[in-house]
Write a protein that binds this ligand. Structure first.
Ligand code: AMP
Length: 615
């Protein structure tokens, strides 16, 4: 079995990891793999340029202000989601790219007249993470563990799996993020414990309470706020600075995209610095122009000011923690360990609020930006037998059931059931000689089917003629260790298994995934060609430059017809580069000019030798 990498596919940033080996105690040693820029996390951003290039990560982030409508960020929030959901509507209003409904109502992204599904965009991020690992390890990687929030439902997990398939990665396991964080702390090795995982990232807040005993991870309750994160802290600071600036200079910095972007970067930087210092300087020269000339923003900012500005945001996370504790039937004193995840947990006020709530110091030691990915790598190593197996038993985040008479939702697998799990139900006909039974599978906690999330519809067909109520068809619903549902039906009359064709209410069909995989392969070839062409062009420009220099200096050492030949070669290559000729033509032209330049070199060095011999 090849190596299995761990990937934290985050809303804001992604991180890739691998277990390199074990230490003397047999504990896994995990490496966080740096990207080409040397950073340990990569922005989860994909951009498409006017030239048709696809950019992923830091390069995509860098050009975001100049190409906002073709730069897609936070696509994780759209995974497996319908466009008419209030959260999606909110995101549609706040992002600079277009979110549109697909034919089945799923939220898709429209970039340069091309419609793309969120799994397809996510696959580009996964591919980038895969390539970062391959470059570092010097070998092909085909398998990964990918993490998702504990509350992700079936459609969102399925969408994540599809993203892996499109990227050419087999996702060996979809792991809940809080479970991964607990694994990274080696909490599975200890006595039975109750753990709270407090995860405050760039865009979301998640709180999960887990019970760990004998390597069994039981997510007792999970909650949070999918629209509360570090960006909200930045906005508070931006508004404060912009309001002050407006008061003094009468200019609203938020109205100009460039000024706003500079202000946003400065605010985030100040927020980071205030995690380690009590005061910082904000200094943005030439941020705007006033009636008397350029305006600058200069201001000292105290940690206490940031804390006052964001107090209610931190309080919202604490309220959510209390709600989740209540749901889990636990009091703060019952929690043995608190694990912090996400960059925002570096803020001292956040750490303090958590300490006060749980009455204990949170666990420190693993980088909060990397802890989830580290856990994913450990799970990967356990699956390949590199380290002792860890038995991870997560639970279903929401109840799964079917629609029964009068549109009622009948639960088959209640929420918080440990996975993998299987539940069967016997179905029958309601009319004489009915040839099929329609079944509608849903997920959610509401009592009426219409209020829950539709997962799939299917028909049990080929039922032999019989009076109503006589046929007995057992339908088994199985949720695997990834939290993904599959359905199997058995006709109890004939004992034959019937294949059930499930039409997912969301997500991509297998055919769509297959076609995207093929497209990805084509893209790969096109990407490679484009890179080769860019490199050749670069070499050609260098050759033109050095040849012209050499001609200027040594033309008189060559016979005139040779000089003309080389000049022609240079001119032809220049025309080729400007006219956008193909790779093969440029390569031929490059090779012939290179040959011609060798003759200049021979003449030069031949001349030198002659001089040497004469002296
Ligand atoms: P994540 O989604 O986990 O990558 O978290 C990113 C968020 O953490 C962003 O809002 C960052 O501004 C924030 N963050 C990162 N480092 C720090 C720090 N040192 N102090 C405060 N916030 C930070």
């Amino acid at each position: 079995m090849g190596k299995v990498i761990g990937i934290d596919l985050g809303t804001t940033n992604s991180c890739v990891t691998i277990v390199d080996g074990t230490n003397a105690k047999g504990e896994p040693e995990v490496t966080v793999i740096p990207n080409a820029e040397g950073a340990r996390t990569t922005p989860s951003i994909v951009a498409f340029t006017a030239k048709g290039e696809r950019l992923v990560g830091q390069v995509a982030k860098r050009q975001a202000t100049t190409n906002p409508e073709n730069t897609v960020h936070a696509v994780k929030r759209l995974m497996g989601q319908k466009v008419d959901l209030p959260e999606v509507q909110k995101q549609t209003a706040s992002v600079s790219y277009e979110i549109v409904p697909h034919t089945n109502g799923d939220a898709w992204v429209k970039v340069q007249d091309r419609l793309m599904s969120p799994p397809e965009i996510s696959s580009m991020i996964l591919l980038q993470m895969k390539e970062i690992a391959e470059t570092y390890l010097g070998e092909k990687i085909e398998e990964a563990i990918v993490t998702v929030p504990a509350y992700f439902d079936d459609a969102q997990r399925q969408a994540t799996k599809d993203a892996g398939a499109i990227a050419g990665l087999t996702i060996k396991r979809i792991l809940n993020e809080p479970t991964a964080a607990a694994l990274a702390y080696g909490l599975d090795k200890r006595q039975a414990e109750k753990i709270a995982v407090y995860d405050l990232g760039g865009g979301t807040f998640d709180i999960s309470v887990l019970e760990i005993a004998g390597g069994v991870f039981n997510v007792k309750a999970t909650g949070g706020d999918t629209h509360l994160g570090g960006e909200d802290f930045d906005v508070r600071l931006i508004d404060k600075l912009a309001d002050e600036f407006k008061k003094v200079h009468g200019v609203d910095l938020r109205k100009d995209r460039m000024s706003l972007q500079r202000l946003r970067e400065a605010a985030e930087k100040a927020k980071h610095e205030l995690s380690s210092s009590l005061q910082t300087e904000i200094n943005i020269p030439f941020i705007a122009t006033g009636p008397t000339g350029p305006l600058h923003l200069e201001r000292a900012l105290k940690r206490s000011e940031l804390e006052i500005l964001t107090k209610d945001l931190i309080q919202r996370t604490i309220d959510a923690c209390q709600a989740v504790m209540k749901e889990a039937g636990l009091s703060q004193r019952d929690i043995d360990q608190v694990v912090l995840v996400g960059g925002m947990t570096r803020m001292p006020a956040v750490q303090k609020a958590v300490r006060v709530l749980f009455g204990k110091d949170p666990n420190k030691g693993v980088n909060p930006d990397e802890v989830v990915a580290v856990g994913a790598a450990i799970q990967g190593a356990a699956l390949t037998g590199q380290i002792d197996e860890v038995l991870l038993l997560d639970v279903t985040p929401l109840s799964i059931g079917v629609e029964t008479g009068g549109g009622v939702f009948t639960r088959l697998i209640p929420r918080s059931t440990t996975v993998p799990t299987e539940k069967s139900e016997v179905f029958t006909t309601s009319m004489d000689n009915q040839p099929f039974v329609p079944i509608h599978v849903l997920q959610g906690e509401r009592e009426m089917a219409g209020d829950n999330r539709s997962l799939a519809r299917f028909e049990l067909t080929g039922i032999p003629p019989a009076p109503r109520g006589v046929p007995k068809i057992k339908v088994s619903f199985r949720v695997d260790a990834n939290g993904i549902l599959s359905v199997q039906a058995t006709d109890l009359g004939t004992n034959r298994s019937q294949s059930v064709s499930v039409t997912p209410a969301s997500g991509l069909s297998q055919a769509e995934v297959d076609s995207l995989v093929r497209e990805g392969e084509q893209f790969k070839e096109a990407d490679e060609l484009r890179r080769e062409l860019a490199e050749l062009k670069n070499q050609a420009e260098t050759l033109i430059y050095t040849t012209e220099q050499a001609l200027e200096a040594y033309a008189d050492l060559l016979p005139p017809e040779k000089v003309d030949g080389v000049r022609d070669g240079v001119a032809t290559l220049k025309v080729m580069l400007e006219s956008g000729a193909d790779l093969a033509s440029i390569r031929d032209c490059y090779a012939s000019l290179e040959n011609a330049t060798y003759e200049i070199a021979e003449a030069m060095y031949g001349g030198e030798n002659d001089k040497g011999a004469a002296s």
